[in-house]
Design a protein around this ligand. Structure first.
Ligand SMILES: [Zn+2]
Length: 265
């Protein structure tokens, strides 16, 4: 009897010990979070089952206006452990831009179909869930010399009209500046002329993590092409709805738009 009891204790200790969970990133609105667990664990974020790489890495992100706690479930050997994390609130800037041509503030009806088609292509690229695990590595800045003229989350007021918040980082630099891949990945969208975003590229870094570059002048890559971090993918431009030459980069976890700063710092 005594023998059996100690066996049970050892067994339950080993179960507790086998749960392993680490996070890199702030639990804050707009943040990208990198997680690490045992390779045989399953992870759910807000009751959505997400992909875990063969060495235990997973990724998720927190939206700009998220207020609910994050519910993380870790499932291993039939045991479930639930963790709740608070999400820190952020203050966002208000950015007013006046004197824009009215067409740029409210698109004319004749371009609605084009915008719908663009959004469908972008949405499809962002919905991919591939086994690539490039997202676990350190990202680099896409250009060398720049001035940051726009940040994530700003509420935009264009010609006095409230518009969607800005979800990217704007890097101002001369037109034609070489633009580099921030991380290894696969090109899932390469379009020369989208209505809002102009020359647009989307890179898939695995597990629903993608980056998007917009307003490009030239695009040197094709859909399906594998790219390496630091590789030149095109040049900076002012195509689409842009008020001057700049590169606007975006970070997504599926359809959730995240702050690119959270992978760069
Ligand atoms: Zn921008």
């Amino acid at each position: 009897m005594k023998y059996l009891f100690s066996l049970i204790i050892i067994f339950s200790l080993s179960i507790n010990k086998s749960f392993s969970l680490e996070f890199k990133g702030k639990f804050e609105q707009g943040s990208f979070i990198l997680g690490k667990t045992n390779s045989n664990s399953k992870i759910q974020i807000d009751s959505k089952k997400i992909r875990v790489s063969k060495d235990g890495f997973f990724a998720f992100g927190l939206g700009r206006d998220r207020i609910n706690d994050v519910v993380i479930k870790i499932i291993e050997n039939g045991e479930i452990k639930t963790i709740k994390k608070k999400v820190l609130k952020r203050e966002y800037k208000i950015q007013r831009i006046d004197g824009l041509p009215p067409k740029q503030v409210t698109p004319p009806p004749e371009v609605y179909e084009r915008i719908k088609k663009d959004n469908k292509l972008i949405g499809k690229a962002r919905s991919l869930d591939t086994p690539y695990d490039f997202f676990k590595n350190k990202f680099i800045y896409p250009i060398d010399k720049y001035i940051i003229t726009g940040v994530y989350g700003s509420q935009r007021i264009l010609n006095g009209k409230p518009r969607r918040p800005h979800f990217g980082i704007d890097f101002h630099a001369p037109e034609g500046t070489p633009v580099k891949a921030m991380m290894d990945g696969e090109v899932t969208l390469a379009e020369k002329d989208m209505y809002f975003t102009g020359g647009t590229i989307i890179f898939d870094h695995g597990h629903g993590v993608s980056t998007l570059y917009m307003h490009m002048k030239d695009i040197d890559v094709k859909v399906g092409q594998k790219i390496k971090q630091g590789q030149k993918v095109g040049t900076l431009g002012q195509s689409g709805r842009a008020t001057g030459p700049h590169l606007d980069i975006r970070l997504n976890w599926f359809d959730i738009k995240l702050d690119p700063i959270s992978i760069l710092e």
